[in-house]
Design a protein around this ligand. Structure first.
Ligand code: APR
Length: 283
């Protein structure tokens, strides 16, 4: 018998209250209600501008080849993403996860989003898996610096681009993981540990098609682990399989391949607050 959305929300609240270590994985879908478009949804950036997606596949190599030219192109380019996304406010979906953390029913947020909205909502335990637009990172020593420390326009006028790493002197790039760029080792090892450690994983607002992030629910679920050999970097020993719950507008490969135990179909900004209310009514 197909459970109603209300029943599934109650079931998720039960699972949260029973769990010892819950992690939430989030994607662009949780930020669409903050006015930041996703990538592959009906109104997604890539869906609407396939040529932009093509260009995104060149960014990492372009930076490696000529970081100075790369920065000049960014600064002279049409959109300054920092200004655009800097104005965005967290929505009820982000705030619901912050509330779950506050009442100690959520131990970690692993996000693919670079928009810093979980931190803006007040979440403390966030891993920025694909980086954070408010930081710059050194590809050589992996040091990270607040982007506001560098006035790139001024460096351009003084002919001193690219900005340089204060630790090793190498060129800095935005702390954004581009296609083809490896996930920084500190981030991937911590994330893999969380996937193994958790007994409940909430997967919110992601199409679950981009790897290696999409491997984390599979690791946690204990299903199809053999297919993930190439992604397992740290030889960690898996613990008991976790319950995987999806909250998304539409089914994903996790739903279709039976990795998730159930999908609550709907907007994260509407479903997550209801789950938190159900949890709070029982603690
Ligand atoms: N509530 C629930 N689901 C939503 C909402 C919402 N308010 N808005 C959109 N969605 C769903 C979309 O239907 C889609 O299934 O969220 C999913 C977003 O998927 P993608 O656009 O593929 O975003 P994401 O999974 O985060 O992409 C992964 O790909 O382009 C790269 O680096 C980029 O981090 C990104 C990665």
């Amino acid at each position: 018998m197909k459970l109603s959305t209300t029943d599934l929300i109650q079931r998720a609240a039960d699972d949260i209250l029973r769990a010892k270590h819950t992690v939430a994985l989030t994607g662009a879908g949780i930020s669409t209600e903050s006015g930041i478009p996703d990538f592959r949804g009906p109104d997604g950036i890539w869906t609407k501008n396939p040529e932009l997606e093509q260009k995104a596949y060149e960014a990492y190599n372009d930076f490696r080849v000529d970081p100075q030219k790369w920065w000049i192109d960014q600064l002279d380019g049409p959109v300054n993403i920092l200004d655009e996304w800097g104005k965005a406010r967290p929505n009820l979906g982000h705030l619901a996860l912050t509330e779950l953390e506050k009442v100690k029913q959520l131990q970690r947020v692993l996000t693919q989003n670079i928009d810093n909205l979980h931190q803006k909502a007040g979440s403390k335990n966030v891993i920025d898996y694909h980086g954070n637009i408010f930081k710059l990172r050194c590809l050589n020593c992996n040091s990270r610096f607040p982007a506001e420390k560098f006035d790139a326009k001024q460096l351009q006028q003084m002919g001193q681009l690219p900005p340089r790493c204060g630790s090793c002197g190498d060129p800095l790039k935005p702390d954004v993981v581009y296609f083809g760029e490896p996930i920084p080792s500190d981030v991937s090892s911590e994330s893999e540990q969380e996937a193994y450690k958790c007994d409940l994983m909430l997967v919110c607002g992601t199409s679950a098609v981009v790897y290696p992030f999409a491997s984390l629910p599979i690791l946690a679920s204990g299903k199809q682990r053999s297919s993930l050999e190439s992604f397992l970097n740290f030889g960690l020993q898996p613990n008991t399989p976790a319950i995987v719950v999806e909250i998304n507008n539409e089914p994903t490969p996790l739903t279709q391949e039976g990795i998730s135990d159930y999908l609550i179909q709907g907007k994260t900004g509407e479903i997550l607050p209801q789950i938190v209310a159900a949890v709070q009514s029982r603690i």
